[in-house]
Design a protein. Structure first.
Length: 363
C-alpha cells in the first residue's frame, strides 16, 4: 500500500518547535522504517525535510515538499493527495484536509490532547483553529490513535467519539536517554523542568513552588528551565537569581541535565502524555509531577504526584526529594523499571497494525 503522512512538523527550521509532535513523528517513522518491509510512504511537508533525517528513514520513505504554505491543508495537500491516491493517510498534525477528496484514503487521525477544550483561556489567538481542526479530524477519520487513556476519555466525552474507533498507544522515549553517561556538572544542586513554556505547563506555579522550597528549606538550589519559548507564557517571571532559563538544548546536553538533576519537576495543568516525564525516568531522574490528566498513567507510583494548584504541596515534595536520600534512591529504581514499559517500537507496531487493518475495514 501507499501511505501518505502529514509531516509538516518535520520540515520546520525553528529549533524551538522540534519538540512534542516533531519528536513523535521522527521516532514513529524511524521505527516504522524498521518493521514495515512492504508499504511505501510519501511524507508531505511544507519545507524539505533534512537529508540526514530522510536517510535514516530508508528507501521506502520519500519526502514530497508542497508549496506554497498558505492554504496548505485547505488546497495544496488535498490536490496532491488526489494525484498520488494513497491508500492510507496518517494525520500526524491532528487535522485532515479541508476540501472533499476525489480519492479518499483511509484516514488515521492522531490526537495528542484536547487541552484547548478544557483550558480555552490559555490558547489566545489559536483556540478557534484548534477546536475546528481537531473536531473535524476526529469526526471524519476512520480511526483515531491517541497517546493516553486520559485523551481517549476526553475524545469520548467532548467530541462524542465511540470507544471502538479509538486506539490508545503510548509513545516511547528516545534511545539517547538512559542513566548511563555523563552527568551535568553544576555549581549548585538543581531541579529541572523540560518542555515548551506555554500556559498549560504551569511554569509560574512551578516557580512559586520553588520559592516555597527555598524559603522553607533554607537550601541553596537552582531551578533549570529547558525548552523553547515559542509559546511563552506571559506570566513567567524571569528575574530570579536561582532560576536559569536554558532555552533549546540538544538531546546530548538534555540527557546529562536529567542525570545530574536532583529531580525533574513539572506541575502541568494538562498533558496528552508528557514525553519529558518518560525521558527523566529513563535517565534515572526522580520525578515530581501533577496528579491530573495523563500524568499518573506515565509516572505511576515511580514519582511524587501533587496538586498543580498548590505551591505548598509542590515545595514540600521538593524538600522531601532533596533531603531524603533513601527515598530518592527508591524513586530512581522505580522510574527505571517503569520506563521499560514504554517503547517507540511498540507504538510503531500499533500504528502499522491500524494501517494493515484498513483493508479489512474498507470492505
Amino acid at each position: 500500500m501507499l501511505i501518505g503522512v502529514d509531516c509538516g512538523c518535520l520540515g520546520i527550521k525553528d529549533k524551538r518547535l522540534k519538540v512534542g509532535v516533531y519528536r513523535l513523528a521522527e521516532n514513529l517513522l524511524l521505527n516504522l522504517s524498521k518493521i514495515d518491509k512492504k508499504n511505501k510512504y510519501f511524507l508531505y511537508s511544507f519545507y524539505p525535510i533534512e537529508k540526514s533525517l530522510m536517510k535514516s528513514f530508508g528507501s521506502r520513505m520519500e519526502n514530497i515538499a508542497i508549496t506554497p504554505t498558505r492554504g496548505w491543508m485547505k488546497l495544496w495537500l488535498p490536490l496532491r493527495l488526489n494525484k498520488d491516491k494513497p491508500d492510507v493517510f496518517l494525520a500526524l498534525g491532528q487535522a485532515v484536509p479541508s476540501i472533499p477528496l476525489m480519492h479518499k484514503p483511509y484516514m488515521i487521525d492522531f490526537v495528542y490532547d484536547l487541552a484547548f477544550e478544557k483550558f480555552p483561556d490559555m490558547y489566545p489567538g489559536s483556540l478557534k483553529k484548534l477546536k475546528k481542526n481537531s473536531m473535524k479530524a476526529a469526526k471524519k477519520s476512520d480511526r483515531i490513535i491517541t497517546i493516553s487513556n486520559s485523551s481517549k476519555k476526553d475524545l469520548m466525552k467532548i467530541y462524542k467519539i465511540k470507544s471502538k474507533k479509538i486506539k490508545v498507544s503510548y509513545p516511547g522515549g528516545h534511545e539517547g536517554f538512559s542513566n548511563r553517561g555523563k552527568k551535568y556538572k553544576a555549581k549548585k544542586p538543581y531541579f529541572l523542568f523540560v518542555g515548551a513554556m506555554k500556559r498549560t505547563k504551569n511554569i509560574p506555579g512551578l516557580i512559586r513552588g520553588f520559592n516555597y522550597f527555598l524559603g522553607k528549606s533554607n537550601l541553596d538550589y537552582d531551578l533549570y528551565i529547558a525548552g523553547g519559548d515559542k509559546w511563552l507564557d506571559p506570566d513567567i517571571e524571569k528575574k530570579h537569581q536561582n532560576i536559569k532559563f536554558l532555552g533549546f538544548v540538544t538531546d546530548e546536553k538534555l540527557a546529562s541535565l536529567y542525570r545530574g538533576a536532583v529531580a525533574f519537576v513539572a506541575p502541568s495543568f494538562y498533558e496528552g502524555f508528557g514525553i519529558p516525564f518518560l525521558e527523566a525516568m529513563k535517565s534515572g531522574c526522580p520525578v515530581i509531577s501533577s496528579n491530573v490528566s495523563s500524568v499518573p498513567e506515565v509516572v505511576g507510583d515511580a514519582g511524587i504526584s501533587v496538586n498543580p494548584q498548590s505551591s505548598k504541596e509542590l515545595g514540600e515534595a521538593m524538600i522531601d526529594v532533596s533531603t531524603n536520600f533513601k527515598k530518592r534512591k527508591a524513586m530512581v529504581k522505580k522510574s527505571l523499571k517503569r520506563a521499560r514499559n514504554f517503547s517507540w517500537n511498540n507504538f510503531a507496531a500499533d500504528v502499522l497494525e491500524s494501517i494493515n487493518k484498513s483493508n479489512e475495514q474498507k470492505k
